[in-house]
Design a binder for this molecule. Structure first.
Ligand code: BGC
Length: 351
């Protein structure tokens, strides 16, 4: 219908957008962005993952500290994707439509990033991926997309070095059959996760490049999970008995699962079991002399980087003044080797 006395509808829309008053459109319409506080949405792939739980508690501690130091209100809304990308997408959609300042995503499926980046870009809300790394093309899709993590290959190398160093120090303790070869099994994380692929490959490469000969008895995925690792390991104990000299596990939870299976089957002496993360239960096991080594995956460092970057982005400050980047996109926290002897010096007490 023609309404001659009113300005054209398109002009109204444009004016409203310019003045930032149009409900339901674009960023300006996002509900209640608080003037002095910031709201950060954190979408986890699985909250009951031991390592992810350590990132969350460090993130909460870092936020409280920052609030106290700066008098800045920081609201962290943490959601659990429970291993479903569809569930996580809904959670992210809710953050996008309710005006969060920054969204931090621990993807369920590393290949699902592009759609999330495109939605965040059209809402103008920066994204920080962490721990589960999207492919580079997805990170490069928009300039306000970042990644916080640790270089997986390096943790594999360190884990291999831990085994090679222990072997060099006392060959008979590891090579119990005395055949000059280390018979091992490999417990792998989720298939397709960058850490599973690279840790599996680089740990063995590091052992062989230290001139230690290895023989793989078996490998399988246990999806980062202690229970699944225990059941794989008990099958291998039935199959190989005392021939298993070393257990490489892509993370500590699976290393602890392997030890659970050894205890259940009464395996004595224990094989040389190594993990990655240096989580609190793994440190306890190292103190008890069971887990023989791990690689510290710096969750407080990663949490602090996520928080510092979130605050900078939410406040419109320069991200490179808050964190140090590689290629203005990636923030890498270093890994550190941990043995029972170096544990107290390398791993800070849990939050
Ligand atoms: C950790 C694992 C964790 C996984 C989850 C890895 O970096 O080492 O413990 O289960 O991330 O994505």
């Amino acid at each position: 219908m023609n309404r001659p006395n009113r300005p054209p509808r398109r002009l109204c829309l444009l004016l409203a957008l310019l003045l930032g008053i149009l409900p339901g459109c674009g960023r300006s319409a996002a509900p209640s962005r608080s003037a002095d506080g910031i709201r950060v949405g954190v979408a986890l792939y699985q909250q009951n993952d031991t390592f992810i739980a350590t990132i969350v508690s460090s993130l909460e501690a870092a936020a409280r500290e920052r609030e106290a130091d700066e008098g800045l209100k920081i609201t962290l809304n943490i959601t659990d994707g429970r291993g479903s990308q569809a569930t996580q997408n809904e959670q992210i959609d809710r953050f996008l439509s309710t005006g969060y300042d920054v969204i931090c995503v621990n993807l369920v499926d590393r290949t699902a990033a592009a759609v999330i980046v495109d939605k965040a870009k059209s809402a103008g809300i920066p994204l920080i991926f962490f721990n589960r790394e999207p492919v580079r093309e997805d990170i490069m899709r928009w300039d306000k997309v970042y990644y916080v993590g640790a270089e997986a290959g390096k943790s594999g190398v360190m884990q291999g070095e831990l085994v090679a160093e222990a072997y060099r120090a006392d060959p008979e303790a590891l090579d119990r059959s005395g055949d000059g070869v280390l018979q091992y099994v490999m417990l792998e994380g989720e298939p397709g996760h960058q850490d599973s692929l690279l840790r599996t490959e680089y740990s063995i490469k590091a052992v062989t490049s230290a001139n230690v000969t290895t023989e793989k008895l078996a490998n399988d995925t246990a999806n980062w999970n202690r229970g699944q690792a225990a059941s794989r390991m008990s099958q291998w104990i039935d199959q190989f008995g005392g021939r298993i000299e070393v257990v490489f596990a892509n993370n500590d939870d699976m290393a602890l699962g392997a030890l659970d299976a050894c205890h259940a089957a009464g395996v004595e002496p224990l094989p040389f079991v190594v993990g990655i993360d240096a989580t609190p239960p793994a440190c306890e096991s190292m103190r008890a002399g069971e887990l023989r080594g791990s690689v510290y995956n710096d969750s407080p460092g990663q949490a602090k980087a996520i928080l510092d970057l979130s605050v900078a982005l939410a406040k419109g400050r320069s991200p490179s003044e808050a964190v140090s980047f590689k290629e203005e996109k990636y923030i890498w926290l270093p890994y550190h080797k941990v043995t029972p002897e170096t544990l107290d010096e390398v791993v800070p007490p849990a939050e």
